[in-house]
Write a new protein. Structure first.
Lengths: 318, 303
C-alpha cells in the first residue's frame, strides 16, 4: 500500500510540472507583444515606447524565459500569483475569496447527481430491461445532452418565475443552492447512473452474490449489501473525473444564478485579458482537479487492495 | 484491450475488477425501439446539418435585419418563432446559428481527431523520444480539467469562433492521440507491416498506406462520440461571450443575449437550447450505436 501511494504521488510530479508550464506559457499566447498589450490597458492614449519598456521591466518580461518561469514558479509556490492587472489586488486573495463558493456549488451538484443517479441506477440494474430501465436510459441520454446552464435557466423559469417556489439568485440559504445544484447535478447523474447500472449488473453475476442468494438471504440484502458496495468502486473514480466537468459547469452556471463564486469574476477577467488572474485561476483549478483525482485514486486503492497490488506488481500499470 | 475498449475508454479503462457488464441482451422489443431511435437521431442530425447548409435558402428573413418596431414580437405567420429584442426573426437566426454552432463543432472534432491521429500514429510507430514526449504531453492534458483549459485558452486568444475552435483543438487532440497510438502499437508488429517493410516500403508509406487505413475506423467512431460533448462545450464558451461575436447568431450566444428577456420572452431562451440539446442528443445516440456495431458484444450503452 505504501508503495502504491508513493508510485501514485510520483505520477503527480510531471503533471504538476506540466500544469505550471502550461499556465506560465499562457502569456505567450496573448496576441502581439504582451508588454505592449499590458501597457495599453487602462490608458486612453497610446503608450509611449518608454512606458512599454517600463512595463516590460516591471513584469520581468525582458529576462530570459527560463528565468521568468522560475521566478513565476517561485512566487506561485509561496502563494504569490502576482497582482490583478484590473483591480491591483493580489490574485491569490481574489481567487481565495471566491473559490469556496464555487467548490460549494460543484460539491452540491455532485451530491445531487449521486442522489439522483445511484438509486435509479440500482433499480435499473435490478429490473434490467423493464420500463424503468428504459426510462433511466432515456433520462441519461437527455441529461447528457442538455447544457447545464440552459437547464439552469429553465429551472429559474419554472420554479422561480412561474411557480415562485424558489429564489432564482444569490447564495446563503439552502433554498438558493437548490436550483443551481440541480442544474449541475442532472448532467452529472447521467454518466453516474449508467455506470452504476453497468457496474451493479456485473457484480450481481459474481459467484459471491450467488452464494449469498443460496444462503437464503433476502434479495434486498443481497443487492444492497453484497453487490452494491463493490459495484460503487468504479463509480468513485468517475466522480473524481466528473469534478472537472462540474467545476467548468459551475463557472458558467454561476453567471445565471448570480452565484458569488469564481465564475463571473474569471469570465470578466478573461474578457479583459487580465493575464495574471487567468494564470492564477488556471493553476488553482488545475491543482484542485489533479489533487482531488489523486486522492480519489488513493481512496480507491485503499478500498480495493487489489488495485494497489496490481499497480505496484512488476509490469503492472499504475 | 480490444479496439472497442479503446474507443470506449480513450483515457484507459476504469480500474476495477472487470468494470463493465457486457453479457446481457436487451429484450427484442427494446432493441427494435433502439433501432428506431438511432434512425430518428440520424435523420434529425442530417436535417440540422442540411438546415445549416441551406440556411440562406430556408431562412424567411435576414438574420441580421433589425426592426425595432417588431421587438419581441410573438410568433406569427410572418415570424414563425417570433422576434428577438431587436426585432430580428428568431427562426432565421436559429437557422444561421446552426452554421456557426455545428460548423465549429465539426471543425473542432475533425481537426483534433486529425491531429491526434497524426501524433498518435507517429508516436506509436517510431516509439523512442517522440513517443515519450508526445505521450507525456497527452498525460498532462488528460489530467487537467478540459473545459476550464479551453475557456482560458479561448479567452487569451481572444473572442471569435476561429479562436474558440483553436482553443478546443489544443485541449482535445490528446484523447484521440492516445487511442491512435495504442492501435498503431498493436498493428506495428503485425505480419503485413513486416512484409511491407521487407519489400522496402518507407516509414511514411507504411504509416500512410498500411497503418492509417486500419486506424481510421475506430477513430471515426471516437470522433462521432466526442461530437456531442464538443457542441456542449462550444455552446458554453459562446454563452460566456467567447466564440461567435455579435451580431452574428450562434446558439450559445443567442442564449446569452436572451437572458435579460427570460421573463418577458422565454421562447428566446427555450428555442436555441432545444436546438443544442437536440443535436447533442442525436450525436450521442449515433456515436453509441456506431460503437456498438464496432463490437457487437456491447449491446447496451454506457450513456
Amino acid at each position: 500500500m505504501r508503495r502504491y501511494i508513493l508510485s501514485r504521488l510520483a505520477t503527480l510530479l510531471p503533471v504538476l510540472l506540466g500544469l505550471s508550464l502550461i499556465t506560465f506559457g499562457l502569456i505567450a499566447l496573448v496576441p502581439g507583444d504582451p508588454a505592449e498589450v499590458l501597457a495599453r490597458r487602462g490608458r486612453e492614449v497610446e503608450p509611449s515606447p518608454q512606458q512599454i519598456e517600463a512595463v516590460r521591466r516591471e513584469l520581468g518580461l525582458d529576462q530570459p524565459v527560463a528565468i521568468q518561469y522560475l521566478r513565476w514558479l517561485g512566487g506561485a509556490v509561496r502563494g504569490d500569483l502576482g497582482d490583478s492587472l484590473d483591480t491591483g489586488q493580489p490574485v491569490w486573495d481574489e481567487i481565495m475569496a471566491r473559490l469556496p463558493a464555487t467548490l460549494e456549488l460543484a460539491l452540491a451538484g455532485l451530491t445531487v447527481g449521486v442522489l439522483i443517479a445511484v438509486p435509479i441506477g440500482v433499480l435499473a440494474a435490478v429490473w434490467q430491461g423493464s420500463w424503468l430501465d428504459q426510462i433511466s436510459r432515456a433520462l441519461a441520454l437527455l441529461g447528457a445532452a442538455i447544457p447545464s446552464f440552459w437547464l439552469g435557466a429553465m429551472l429559474i423559469l419554472l420554479f422561480a418565475v412561474k411557480l415562485q417556489w424558489l429564489p432564482a439568485m444569490g447564495r446563503g440559504s439552502p433554498q438558493q443552492i437548490l436550483l443551481p445544484a440541480l442544474a449541475l447535478g442532472i448532467g452529472t447523474s447521467a454518466a453516474v447512473m449508467r455506470l452504476t447500472r453497468a457496474s451493479l449488473l456485473e457484480t450481481l453475476s459474481e459467484d459471491y452474490v450467488r452464494t449469498a442468494r443460496a444462503k437464503g438471504l433476502r434479495e434486498r440484502t443481497v443487492v444492497l449489501i453484497h453487490a452494491l458496495k463493490p459495484a460503487l468502486l468504479p463509480v468513485i473514480t468517475i466522480l473524481g473525473l466528473q469534478l472537472g466537468n462540474l467545476l467548468g459547469g459551475a463557472l458558467v452556471i454561476e453567471t445565471i444564478f448570480a452565484w458569488p463564486g469564481l465564475g463571473q469574476f474569471i469570465i470578466r477577467s478573461i474578457l479583459n485579458r487580465d493575464i495574471t488572474v487567468i494564470q492564477g485561476f488556471t493553476l488553482t483549478m488545475g491543482l484542485v482537479f489533479v489533487v482531488t483525482n489523486t486522492l480519489v485514486d488513493l481512496v480507491y486503492g485503499w478500498l480495493d487492495p487489489r488495485i494497489a497490488a496490481r499497480a505496484t506488481a512488476p509490469g503492472g500499470k499504475p | 484491450m480490444s479496439v472497442a475498449d479503446l474507443v470506449r475508454y480513450p483515457n484507459g479503462a476504469p480500474r476495477g475488477p472487470e468494470s463493465e457488464a457486457r453479457t446481457w441482451a436487451a429484450p427484442r422489443r427494446a432493441a427494435r425501439g433502439q433501432q428506431l431511435l438511432v434512425w430518428l437521431c440520424a435523420t434529425v442530425l442530417v436535417a440540422l446539418l442540411l438546415a445549416a447548409v441551406a440556411a440562406p435558402a430556408l431562412a424567411p428573413h435576414d438574420p441580421l435585419a433589425i426592426n425595432l418596431s417588431q421587438s419581441l414580437a410573438s410568433p406569427s405567420r410572418a415570424h414563425l418563432l417570433g422576434t428577438d429584442h431587436l426585432g430580428r426573426d428568431l427562426l432565421s437566426r436559429l437557422l444561421y446559428a446552426a452554421r456557426g454552432s455545428l460548423g465549429a463543432a465539426l471543425a473542432t472534432v475533425l481537426i483534433s481527431s486529425a491531429t491526434g491521429l497524426l501524433v498518435g500514429t507517429v508516436a506509436g510507430y517510431f516509439g523512442g523520444w517522440v513517443d515519450e514526449i508526445s505521450m507525456r504531453l497527452v498525460d498532462i492534458l488528460l489530467a487537467l480539467p478540459s473545459f476550464v483549459l479551453a475557456l482560458v485558452l479561448a479567452g487569451i486568444l481572444g473572442p471569435g469562433l476561429a479562436n474558440v475552435v483553436l482553443a478546443m483543438v489544443l485541449v482535445r487532440w490528446a484523447s484521440p492521440a492516445r487511442v491512435a497510438r495504442s492501435l498503431v502499437l498493436a498493428l506495428r508488429e503485425q505480419d503485413f507491416v513486416t512484409a511491407a517493410r521487407a519489400m522496402g516500403a518507407s516509414d511514411a508509406r507504411i504509416m500512410a498506406r498500411h497503418l492509417l487505413p486500419n486506424v481510421l475506423g475506430p477513430m471515426v467512431v471516437l470522433a462521432t462520440l466526442s461530437l456531442g460533448n464538443t457542441i456542449l462545450a462550444l455552446a458554453g464558451l459562446s454563452f460566456v461571450g467567447l466564440g461567435m461575436q455579435i451580431p452574428h447568431p450562434e446558439w450559445g450566444a443567442m442564449l446569452n443575449q436572451a437572458r435579460p428577456f427570460i421573463q418577458t420572452a422565454p421562447r428566446l431562451m427555450i428555442v436555441p437550447g432545444v436546438a443544442i440539446a437536440l443535436s447533442v442528443f442525436s450525436a450521442n445516440v449515433l456515436g453509441d450505436a456506431w460503437r456498438d456495431r464496432l463490437d457487437p458484444r456491447h449491446t447496451g450503452s454506457q450513456m
